[in-house]
Ligand binder design. Structure first.
Ligand code: FAD
Length: 404
């Protein structure tokens, strides 16, 4: 255990807002606060290089692009992002394309890798004289139900610091410590394990088609999603507890070709597998997502399966709502918005969860030949048929796929 440095509660050592985590949630919030000249400090346990290269999301919804644009944070994505308005489904019964950009509210996705967005947000935050400490792990949050919360953190050299502040924003993701600071009886926690896992792959290869592709196959789901001109994300449904290393390069591409029905639609453009990992589809919602002076944002507040690409978008939406609430309170003496943070965000979180759950059922038929599995696959086929043929079903899909 390192030496404890107690920071004097002088203003330069007592940021108004302390943000735990430099993912999309923490960085958008930090930028909104700095734009309003509110002092804040971001503590991030990883190095700057690590967070700037961590590949995850890529599909930014219209509302996310609007928030980033309105706050001067969208230069990179407007310059380099690609607009996507179509997805395709490949099944044993045929394939079809859905141009969601011309259905529903007519909104499209902007494809821009999350790590590029994080890089832009860090640069902009530093330009706005924001203070960020990398390789600084927050160990615990204390007294968050008082007017003077404080945190203990440890830097890479083992030195332990304490910071006090007026408000804490827990933006530390799925594996962070912030939500643990909310007592068990102060919030309802909703959890669901969807029982499905994906092998998530990042390939050094251009996209194989100009759309997101979802393949429903007897061997399991496969997905194709653009990221950048030379990088494509692929997913393969795999058994729970699977070791990603057990898939050879050849087996990965063979299985992707098979499930994507390459023999019918053209072979995929292969490349080196740069990253692989298993994602277990699970959901988590906490209600409320605020406790005393602690506010949870992004994956720390609610975790959503990546089936509908909503996680980063919810993180930006929540950061925007919280940022506006904090600015209204600290600059305008209006506490109403801040008090209403949970109530403003949770209905949208639940709608995203509902759509994501619907997508899981759309994309994954149960395996096996028992009566229940066969029946549920019949329902899955009917759902895909509705999506292929019904304009109102397509409107529902489009509105929820890009929106919320
Ligand atoms: C394979 C994959 C694909 C995805 N695809 C999509 C997609 O297409 N679209 C989409 O919208 N979403 C997608 N997501 C989800 C999206 O990436 C997350 O929802 C998003 O990163 C959440 O942002 P966040 O800022 O809340 O959390 P994070 O990005 O996880 O950031 C949290 C930060 O807190 C830091 N931290 C954690 N604990 C501590 C601590 N104790 N002290 C200090 N720092 C700490 C972490 O190092 C991290 O940098 C995907 C996720 C995965 C895994």
């Amino acid at each position: 255990m390192g030496q404890i440095t107690r920071n004097r509660p002088a203003s330069e050592n007592r940021p108004t807002i302390l943000i735990v985590g430099a993912g999309p949630a923490g960085l958008v919030l930090g930028n909104l606060l700095r734009a309003a000249d509110i002092d804040c400090l971001i503590l991030e346990r990883q190095s700057r290089a690590h967070v700037e290269h961590r590949a995850r999301a890529g599909y930014l919804a219209a509302n996310t692009v609007r928030i980033l644009t309105d706050n001067g944070l969208a230069a990179g994505l407007l310059r380099n992002g690609q607009q996507h308005d179509t997805c395709m489904f490949r099944t044993d019964h045929g394939s079809f394309e859905l141009r969601y950009g011309s259905r529903g509210r007519g909104e499209v996705h902007t494809v821009y890798p999350q790590q590029d967005l994080v890089r832009d947000l860090i640069a902009e935050y530093l330009d706005r004289s924001g203070d960020i400490r990398f390789e600084t792990r927050v160990r615990d949050l204390n007294d968050v139900d008082t007017k003077q919360p404080w945190v203990t953190c440890e830097s890479a050299d083992g030195e332990v610091h304490q910071w006090s502040c007026e408000y804490v924003a827990g933006c530390d993701g799925q594996h962070g410590i912030s939500r643990g600071a909310v007592p068990a009886d102060a919030a309802q926690r909703y959890r669901r394990d969807h029982g499905v896992s994906w092998l998530a792959l990042l390939a050094q290869a251009p996209q194989s088609m100009a759309a997101v592709a979802y393949a429903v196959h007897a061997n399991g789901f496969a997905g194709h999603m653009a990221r950048s001109p030379s990088i494509t994300r692929y997913y393969l449904q795999c058994p729970r507890g699977h070791d990603p290393a057990s898939w050879s390069h050849e087996r990965i591409w063979e299985e992707l070709h098979l499930r994507m029905r390459g023999e019918l639609h053209g072979r995929l453009r292969e490349g080196q597998i740069l990253e692989r990992g298993v994602v277990d589809m699970s959901s988590y919602v906490m209600d409320p997502i605020q406790y005393g002076r602690l506010f949870l944002v992004g994956d720390a507040a609610s975790l959503i399966s990546p089936s509908a690409a909503k996680g980063a978008n919810l993180a930006v939406m929540e950061a925007d709502v919280l940022g506006k609430g904090l600015v209204a309170h600290l600059k305008g003496d209006d506490e109403q918005q801040l008090r209403g943070y949970s109530a403003a965000c949770l209905p949208r979180v639940w709608r995203a969860q509902e759509f994501s759950h619907w997508m899981i059922n759309l994309l994954h038929g149960p395996m096996g030949d028992d009566d229940e599995a066969v029946f549920l696959r019949g329902l899955q086929h009917a759902r895909l048929e509705s999506l292929r043929t019904s304009r109102s079903y397509q409107d529902f899909f489009a509105e929820n796929y890009v929106g919320i």
